[in-house]
Design a protein around this ligand. Structure first.
Ligand SMILES: Cc1ncc(C[n+]2csc(CCOP(=O)(O)OP(=O)(O)O)c2C)c(N)n1
Ligand SMILES: [Mg+2]
Length: 343
């Protein structure tokens, strides 16, 4: 599939704003982690991958659904999530999207079509096949989009899902964010043919690879594939980018040279979009500075909100765990007391 870079200039200011809000949010998530105020000890930032989130979600409609991998903050934010509730979730607070039970890697929100982030590599992929089947059955016109990393192309479930989507002509889009690494292993050390979309072509899907430094190109490619998926021709989009920092917050990337990192970070989708906005006259330096400052102020407030928010009550650990139709389970403490009383 041929993709024309830069064909959607007028969308660029909004795409830049989305990317800038994601970066600002991720920087503050990193800060919350360093302060020891996140729930859990793992945190995966999507800095460097903002064009994939902004560009693909720009091609999605309000009824479309999606799943993400463990590096999904930016995608959910680009889909309209409230960053304060996201930050509260990451901090394990009651005000979070999943009342603090999901954390960074298991955020979900049916209202925004988020069928769930998933910490199992490739784990969120098959759900979009079911969601696509459901959308077609009910005639909603929605598509379902799976976001995952290049590491998930080593998981068999991707191929089972692609086969079923192609066979049944489901309104599904597979989006592989190829940030070059699966933890500490570079893609060319794990995969002989790194033209990942070619695998999808072999299954009978539409497929393209796009440069994730160019958010307009990502948006254009995603639009083409989303339109095809809506018409019953499922597709696969590989977005090539670079993971700016370690796999998780504690990883200092000893397996990468400083030169490689400098080169990778120079391929910055935000810097590129900013330069294009100025060069095309779509924005002035002063306007961009104001936009950047507004994004930072908005995201600063998410930290204050998350830190001030209350912890979930202890009793809530039994809530949303069992089928609501079932009788309330006996609390563990009461069960222990009863067992001890028998002795
Ligand atoms: C099935 C499974 N195997 C291994 C892991 C451990 N693990 C977590 S993230 C990751 C690398 C994933 O790489 P990729 O899919 O490219 O996503 P990225 O971290 O680059 O965003 C691995 C191996 C896991 N979570 N699930
Ligand atoms: Mg990766």
């Amino acid at each position: 599939m041929h993709v024309t870079p830069g064909a959607s200039n007028s969308a660029l200011p909004a795409l830049y704003r989305t990317m800038r809000r994601i970066r600002s949010f991720e920087e503050r998530v990193g800060e919350l982690f360093v302060r020891g105020q996140t729930a859990g000890s793992m945190l995966h930032l999507s800095i460097g991958e903002e064009a994939a989130a902004a560009g693909v979600t720009a091609a999605m409609g309000p009824r479309d659904t999606f799943t993400t991998h463990h590096r999904g903050h930016g995608i959910f934010l680009a889909r309209g999530a409230d960053p304060a509730r996201m930050m509260a979730e990451i901090a394990g607070k009651e005000a979070g999207y999943c009342r603090g039970k999901g954390g960074s890697m298991h955020i979900a929100d049916m209202g925004l079509g988020h069928l769930g982030a998933n910490a199992i590599v490739g784990g969120g992929i098959p759900a979009v096949v079911g969601a696509g089947l459901s959308a077609r059955h009910h005639g909603t016109g929605a598509i379902s989009v799976a976001f995952f990393g290049d590491g998930a192309t080593g998981q068999g479930i991707l191929y089972e899902s692609m086969n079923m989507a192609a066979l049944w002509g489901l309104p599904v889009l597979f989006v592989c964010i190829n940030n070059q690494y699966g933890m500490g292993t570079r893609i060319d050390q794990a995969t002989a043919n790194t033209a990942l979309h070619e695998r999808a072509l072999a299954f009978g899907l539409e497929g393209a690879t796009v440069d994730g430094v160019d958010v307009e190109a990502v948006a254009d490619a995603a639009r083409t594939l989303a339109d095809a998926a809506r018409a019953g021709r499922p597709g696969f989009l590989a977005v090539t980018c670079y993971r700016f920092y370690g796999h998780a917050r504690k990883d200092k990337s000893p397996y990468r040279s400083p030169e490689e990192e400098a080169e990778g970070r120079a391929r910055d989708p935000l810097a590129r979009a900013r330069a294009r906005l100025l060069e095309t006259g779509l924005a002035t330096e002063a306007e961009l500075e104001a936009l950047d400052a507004a994004a930072d102020a908005e995201m600063d407030a998410t930290i204050d909100f998350a830190v001030a928010a209350g912890e979930p009550p202890l009793a809530s650990m039994f809530r949303d765990v069992f089928d609501p139709a079932e009788p309330e389970p006996e609390p563990v403490r009461a069960r222990i007391d009863r067992v001890l009383a028998r002795e």
